[in-house]
Ligand binder design. Structure first.
Ligand code: MG
Length: 394
C-alpha cells in the first residue's frame, strides 16, 4: 500500500537547502516544474534571466529555483507559444495579457507567419526554377530559345454592356504586357496608376542573360505600383475599398518575368495546349482549393468577385498585398494572353482556347474577338485583353 504523501517527509524539501530550512511544501523543484511544463531546465533558467518566467523562490545559498503550482499555466502557455515559433521578446510582451488578448495576438502571429512562409515558398520556387533552368530546358526548344526572338503584341479594353465606366487598363509594348482591373471609388485612377508604374520598364537597361535582374526590375516596378495605388486609396476616405489587380509580363530575349496579384489571368498557348500561368487571388478560388466549392459552383457564387489580394490593400497585411512573382522561358511559337476577370467570368476556357488557336490570327484579331465574345455573353463587367506572340527572327 502506498503511504500518503507528507511534504515534511519529502527529502526534496530539506535537501539542497544549506540554511537547513525546508522549502515551502507547495513549491515545485525545477525538475518537477520542467516535467510538468515540458520546458527544459535550461530553458527555465533562460526564461528566468530574461524576466519571462521568474521562479517563486531562489535559494540564496544554493541558487536552486523553485516554482509555485500557480505558475504552471503561464509556463505551459510559454511552452506552447515557443512551439509556435514565437520570439521570446514577443512572448514576454503578451504573456501578462488576458487569455482573449493572447488569443488575438496568436491569431495575428499566425497570419504573419503564414504570409512569410508563402513568401519563402515563392522565393524557393523561383530559385528552383532559376537554378535548374539549364537542365530543364526542353530539347526541342534549345535551338529556338537561343535564336533571337521577336514579339508581336496588342491590347484593348472595353467597358462592357452594363458598367457605366471602364476601370480596367491594358498595355502592350515591345517588352511589357500588363492588365489592371480597378475597383472602388478611385478604381479608375488605381488601375491607371498601376500600369503607369510599369511603363518605365520599357526603357530600362537590362544586362543580357541575367533573369534575376529581370525579375528584380519587375518586382521593384510592382512595388512602385502598389505604393502608387496605396497613396490614392489613402488620399480619400471614400476610397478605402478601392484597389487594383495587376498581371504583367516583362521580356528580355527568351526570359520572361511575371508579376500577378488579384483575379486577372495569364494564359500560355504552346504546342496546341492552353496553360493557365496564374492562380486567382479570390475568395472563391480559396474555397475551390479547400475542396469546399467546385469550379462550376464558383461560376455563380455571389462572392466570386471578392479578392483576397490586390494592390492598395493594407500594407501591414503582407498576405493581402504580396504579388506572385515567377520566371518563365519564352519560346518561338508561344502566344500569351493576359486578361481581366471580365473575360474569364463569362467566356468559357474552351472558347478562349479556340480563339487563341485560330490559324493565321494576329494579336489584334484575337483581342478583338475575345472582347466581342465577352460582350456577346452579356458584357457584365469591363473587359481587357493583351496578347503577345513570340516569333523567331531571321
Ligand atoms: Mg473586373
Amino acid at each position: 500500500m502506498t503511504p500518503l504523501y507528507r511534504p515534511e517527509d519529502d527529502p526534496r524539501n530539506v535537501r539542497g537547502m544549506s540554511d537547513g530550512k525546508a522549502k515551502a511544501p507547495e513549491l515545485l523543484t525545477i525538475g518537477e516544474f520542467s516535467r510538468a511544463t515540458q520546458l527544459s531546465a535550461k530553458a527555465l533558467r533562460l526564461y528566468d534571466e530574461l524576466g519571462l518566467l521568474c521562479p517563486a523562490r531562489v535559494d540564496e545559498w544554493t541558487g536552486y529555483r523553485y516554482y509555485s503550482p500557480g505558475q504552471l499555466e503561464q509556463a505551459r502557455l510559454v511552452a506552447w507559444l515557443r512551439r509556435l515559433g514565437m520570439p521570446l521578446a514577443k512572448i514576454k510582451a503578451i504573456a501578462g495579457l488576458r487569455p482573449a488578448e493572447v488569443a488575438a495576438e496568436v491569431a495575428a502571429y499566425l497570419r504573419v507567419s503564414t504570409a512569410e512562409f508563402a513568401e519563402r515558398e515563392r522565393l524557393a520556387q523561383f530559385l528552383i526554377q532559376y537554378l535548374s533552368r539549364g537542365e530543364t530546358a526542353m530539347p526541342a526548344s534549345a535551338s529556338t530559345a537561343q535564336a533571337p526572338l521577336a514579339i508581336r503584341y496588342y491590347a484593348a479594353s472595353d467597358a462592357g454592356r452594363v458598367r457605366p465606366a471602364n476601370q480596367d487598363r491594358g498595355y502592350a509594348g515591345p517588352s511589357l504586357l500588363a492588365v489592371a482591373d480597378g475597383c472602388g471609388a478611385v478604381g479608375d485612377a488605381a488601375s491607371a496608376a498601376a500600369i503607369d508604374a510599369l511603363r518605365p520598364l520599357e526603357s530600362a537597361a537590362l544586362p543580357d542573360g541575367v533573369p534575376a535582374d529581370l525579375l528584380n526590375l519587375l518586382s521593384d516596378a510592382a512595388a512602385a505600383a502598389a505604393a502608387s495605388v496605396r497613396s490614392l486609396v489613402a488620399s480619400d476616405a471614400a476610397a478605402a475599398d478601392s484597389g487594383s489587380t495587376l498581371t504583367a509580363m516583362y521580356w528580355t530575349g527568351s526570359q520572361l518575368a511575371m508579376v500577378h496579384i488579384g483575379d486577372g489571368r495569364a494564359y500560355l498557348l504552346r504546342d496546341g495546349g492552353l496553360f493557365q500561368l496564374t492562380n486567382d487571388h479570390s475568395v472563391v478560388q480559396s474555397l475551390i482549393d479547400a475542396g469546399k466549392l467546385t469550379p462550376e459552383e464558383a461560376a455563380s457564387h455571389p462572392q466570386r468577385s471578392l479578392l483576397l489580394k490586390a494592390l492598395g490593400g493594407d500594407p501591414n497585411s503582407p498576405e493581402a498585398t504580396t504579388p506572385d512573382l515567377s520566371l518563365h522561358e519564352a519560346r518561338a511559337g508561344d502566344r500569351y494572353l493576359l486578361c481581366s476577370d471580365g473575360l474569364t467570368t463569362v467566356v468559357p476556357v474552351a472558347a478562349i482556347r479556340e480563339t487563341l488557336s485560330e490559324a493565321g490570327s494576329s494579336p489584334e484579331d484575337v483581342v478583338t474577338r475575345l472582347i466581342a465574345l465577352a460582350n456577346e455573353a452579356g458584357g457584365p463587367d469591363n473587359v481587357t485583353c493583351a496578347v503577345a506572340d513570340i516569333t523567331a527572327t531571321g
